[in-house]
Structures are given as C-alpha cells and as structure tokens.
Design a protein around this ligand. Sequence first.
Ligand code: MTE
Length: 691
Amino acid sequence: MAAQAPRSLLSQVLRIAARPQPAVRIRPSWQPCSRRCIHATPRRLTARPDHAGGKRANRNNGSFTLLAASGGLLASLFAILPPDSKPTKKKSEAAAAPPEESAQVSSVIDNRDPSLPRFRLADVKKHDASSPEPWVTSGDKVYNITEWIPAHPGGEVILRAAGSSIDPYWDIFTIHKTQYVRDILETYLVGFIDVADLDEHGQPRRESIEDPFAQDPARDPRLLTLTQKPRNAEPPGQELARDFLTPNELFYVRNHMWVPVVDEEEKAGTSAFALTIELPDGETKKYSMRDLRERFPHHRVTAVMQCSGNRRSDMTRAVGATNGLQWGAGAISNAEWEGVRLSDVLADAGFKTADQYAAASTAVTPIDSTSQTSNDDQVPDPKNMHVHLAGMEAYSASIPLSTAIDPRGDVLLAWGMNGKVLPRDHGYPLRAVVPGHVAARSVKWLNRIAVADEESSSQWQKRDYKCFGPNEGAKPNWDKYPAMQELPVTSAVTSVRVGRDAEKEASTTTLELEKLNGERAPPGVKCPRAWAKEHVQPEELAHAPPVSLAGYAYSGGGHRVVRVDVSTDGGRTWDQARLLDSGEGEGEGDGQGQKIYGNKAWSWRRWQYAGRLPASKEGECAEVVVKATDDAYNGQPETQASVYNARGNLATAWHRVKVCPRCVGREEWVTGDVFGSGFKKEEPRKDEGKK
Ligand code: MTE
C-alpha cells in the first residue's frame, strides 16, 4: 500500500476501530501518556454526578480512626479523559459488603464515608484485565476505570494493574505524582477496601500488593546495580571492554519499567506474540515471529548500544548535580544483533522503500503502476515523517522515516544477540536496533510500529533525551531542541594497571612493559611514604611507575574512531593509544578473528596504552586523560562544564581518571586507588565549576 499525503496519514494511522477515540488524535492509538496528557483539564471533576445513593459525599474526607486514609501519593494518567466522558459509578452488588459487618473484623474503626460500599480484595481481583469492568485500588480506595481505559492512550498499561493496586505502577510513572492528577483519579472512586483486608494502619497489607517486577529475570551478580526495580545496571570496569562483543549477561541494562513476560511457547513458534504495524489507512498488519523469520532475509549487524546518560556521574562529579541515573562509564556495550531489516518489513506492510521515495521525490507521475499513488498524491519527505516504535510495557519512541528506510542504516528488528536468543532484559522476543543512535530509540519488547507525520509524543522522545546549554538550568524549555538521535564521539578508560599490576595486565593484553627488579617492602607495609622515607633513596623514588591503560572509543552516526589520545599527566603531554578492532563495515575483523557486520562503523573500538605515570616521590596521584577523534574529525569537549546540562546527558568530555599508585617496595608499584567515572567514587571535584 502506498503511503498517502502526510497530513491525512497520521489521523488515519491513529484510528483503531474498536475503541472510542478523542475527536482529534495527534499520535498513534497506543502512544502512552506524555506530560502533556496530565495537564489536560479534568472537566469531569465538575461534571460528576453523585453516586448511586444520590448524596454527594466528599470522598476525600473519608478517614480511619487510626490512620490517614490517603493511600500515599498517587500518580495517574487519568487526566486526559475526553471532557464529555461520563464517570462510572456502578456498585458491584456482589462485591459490596456493608460497612458495619466489615468493621467488626478488624481492630481498625472504619469511619470512612459510610455512603460508599466496601469491597474485599478478592472481589476487586475479579475486576482484572479480562473483566468488562476493570477496577484498581489505590491506598484503601477502589476505583472503576472502565470508561477511562479506551479513552486513554496508555490504557493498556494501566490494565496491568486491573484487579489490584495501581500504586506500584504510579511509583514508576513518577511524573504523574501530583495532587492535580490524584484529584482526577478520585472521580472514579466507587468505594473502599474492606477493613478485613487492611492492616492496623488502615492500608492494604504489603503482601496483597502485587510487585510489577516479580517476574523480572535473574541477573549476573557481576553487574553493578544502579536500581533494582526497575533494573538498571552496568558491567564493572575491567569487564566492560575486555571483549569486543560484550557477553549477553554483562551487557548493561536500562529498563524504565518491568520486563514483560512473553509466552514461553514463542520458542516453539506458536506464541500469541505479534508485531502490529499500523497502516496509513488505519488498518493493521500483524507479523508473528515465525513470519519475520521465514518471510524476510536475515541480517546481522555489530553495533553499540549507548545510553545518553553514560558517564553522567562524571559530569556530576566535575560540575554539579544532574538529574538521572548516575552511570559510570558502563552505560554502553557492543553486540552482534540478528534479525530482519525494518525497511523490508515496512515495505511488505505497504510503505514505500527508500528507492521508491527517491524516485517519487523527483517524478511528476506516479511511482509505478502497482503502487496506489495517484496523480495528486503528494510525496511525503521521509525526513519529515517518523516511525513510531512501542514496547509491550509502555515505553515508546520514534526515529525519522529516512533513518528507518536508509539502505545503509542497518536498522533491525532483532531477535538474536551474540548468536543467542535475545535475553529478556534486552527485549525478548523482539527489539529495534538503531545503530549509531542513542539507545533510547532501540525499543525493546517491540510489538507496535506506526508511521506518522509527527514524532512520538512520549516523554522518552519529547523530554528525557535532549541536551541543553550549561546555563539553561533544571527546568529548560524542552520544546526548543530536537530529540537526540545520532550520538557524538566519546571514549573512556576502563582499566588501569600500575607497576607490577601493569605487568600482569601485559600478559593478557599483549602489552610489553619493562620488568622492574626492586626490593620488596616487608609484608604488611602498606603505606609507601613511611617505609620509603626510611628505606629508599630519593633518586630511586623518582622512578616513574609504568602504567597500562585500556578502554573504548565510539562515535555515533556510523563514524569510525580513527585516533585515541592519551595523557598520563593531566593533559600536559600526549601520546596515541593502540587501536584494536578495525571498526570497519561488513566482513572486516576486529583483529582477533571476530567479524564485524554492518554497512558502517557501528561498533566501538577498544584501545590499549602502555606508558609511565609521572615520576612520583611519595606515590602522589596522577591524572590520566583520554580523548577520541572520529573520521569526520569530530572530537570530545575538554571539560564537562562546557557541555553541562542539568539532565546530565551526553557527558562526553575528555575522560579523566585519578590514579593513586602505591609503592610496596623499592621502585615496585602497584595500582592503588583509581577514581573516576566507572571506578571508585571520588569526592566531587567541582573544580571545573558551572559556566
Ligand atoms: N525499550 C523499552 N521497551 N523499554 C525501555 O525501558 N529503554 C531504552 C531502550 N529501549 C527501554 C527500551 C533505553 S533508555 C536504553 S539506554 C536501551 O533500551 C537499553 O538497552 P539495553 O537494556 O538492552 O542495554
């Protein structure tokens, strides 16, 4: 099916027949809520009729003798209801329990609004996602969200909480934690949880609240955990760039929510899982995993995933507070992905290929007789159109159509990672892989795609992944700058070895270092200064300890890293590191027998350096600095201060690592403390200062 004129395209894409829709849709039907959603006017509040009893009770005044009945801070997506929708205030007669009866079961005296019914949690459970009337609880209150679900773009997400408490979900969607949103939720109140199901504080018992993360997969204990729920973790420094391909179990994990559970039968090819593509005419096409595997050519692409928050902790340490996960240098990993080209699937679904777009943009007549393009069909510019990618939990983002269909762009729908089935944490059964771009666009657990003439309105498109000037502060104008797509050049030190340790490193990394023959300090002598003063001649201490360094360098947009500069004296003098991994396109090796797949340089290049730290009389700390240059001669900024933004994105300044070696014997140094992003936590430097 040929793409249609862009203005009509989006509204058509957004139509889903089965659901009532707001009059004007500006995003795909499944687009989750953005901040804009929660600022919609809650007109229902004023239009709400009284509940069945006819008495307009003040539901916010209900209270327990022993508790505040607030139920904690709520966050809700509820505010985008169409103004004309009616609240649902039906009592479930079967579920309602008279307040007097239930009050006797608990020591808590129930003096909440007596005009509203009480419900046992077992009855709330019956109103789960499969029920025609889904309910949720929040705190000690029960809400009927039936009419809200079809009206809300994130309706499917909230259905996950149906029959249970919504609170753990709103703890994840923290942007909704406002009184304003909570007031809107109150318009759906149908009753209270029966006191028999409440603890002595009048709150639901902890064990009765389902943990959205209960079914997350087990993780490798070597990963450094930033947050457990949702899971965010990075590989430890020495493992980070040890291999060209990061082992799956050590690949960094960046989850905004829970890990969706996909029918295990998928492995036998019989799963109910389907990738839905919304067509311009509002129809949908579905592809099973088997369809994808059997109907399209398979491709492999070796590519880095990098979060825009990589090295954020470095920016925080050097400049000041940043908002976001405080990643070290490990929000980056490299893998070989396997799947089918997004462009092939889009073409099969009826969208134009890159060639057709190119032909159509120059042709006066229709592209070809088989396409449904008419004479008056305007040819949309793929640069102004966007491919929306949505995951099963709620996450979504978009990339320009021109990226999606670029024949050299290697955008994949991937099911394989390093020759294995995509692990659950990384998107099983299907994820987008958008090489050279910020990993936020590589949507995991991908199950919906649509082409539209506006980019995604999700917060992960409109908000989180943008950068600002150092002066633009914590509340920047988010609409002023484009969403991040291709990434700039960066590099990092991931391993530091000094003296004897450097020799050890040499045996595993082919580095050649001089051997040092020094007398050992007696066992137990840790402090070099005291011992050295007594036993070592000053001229001997002036010996510069050997150092071996290793790390990675990477540039977005398919640019190849061509040089890595290293300084061991804080940037006064420089040398060049040895680059591993060719970083070239299809068929080129990494120098160690590993093939690299893809049309451009999507992978990182690891580097090694053998040199000396400055001579140190008493084991003073040295500063190691690294910076990379790509084939377009893009370089890294010298300071984090010059690229500081309160969001802490793209902290790509020269990577500086403080190395405090220890001399355990005459001229015999060992690594000692290593401070910096990805190493030990150091006190904030703040010496760069905010500019
Ligand atoms: N896709 C979904 N569905 N949910 C997510 O939370 N996180 C994004 C992206 N895709 C995310 C997602 C972000 S911000 C990053 S950095 C990468 O996934 C991380 O991919 P990884 O966990 O495989 O390293």
